[in-house]
Design a protein around this ligand. Sequence first.
Ligand SMILES: [Zn+2]
Length: 153
Amino acid sequence: MSAVKILRAARAACVELVLDGDDLALNAASAPPAAVLDALSRHKAEIMVLLRPAEDGWSAEDWQVFFEERAGIVEFDGGLPRAEAEAQAFACCVVEWLNRNPARSPAGRCLRCGDREHAHDPMLPYGTEPNGHVWLHSRPPGTRPGKPRLCLR
Ligand SMILES: [Zn+2]
């Protein structure tokens, strides 16, 4: 089981995990299932990496939770298929990341590829004031017109 799946299982069992210096502390109202405790113990190092915040203040776990919350809202409240909900959740993550890590693209130029807007590949603004926004093509280069996708890898 991957560290991400173990964290998901711990959350489902109402176990709160927090970094305590070089240790991993568990908070739970009742004793977690033995399988969850065993998995947490065996994968402690990888889980601590996921929980350690980056310079923007968010850990990999924070991003995973943010993504899953957004995808769930779009899927269950918005009634969209899971794949579309995940695409919209990913776009939300891009905006949140840009708000936490301000970047600007030259006027009318895509931040990723540096190219201008094309009729078959419009650019979209990502990010909000006061940080400003960046422009990104709606589809990766080399793809045919169709379903809009972000110009990010
Ligand atoms: Zn581009």
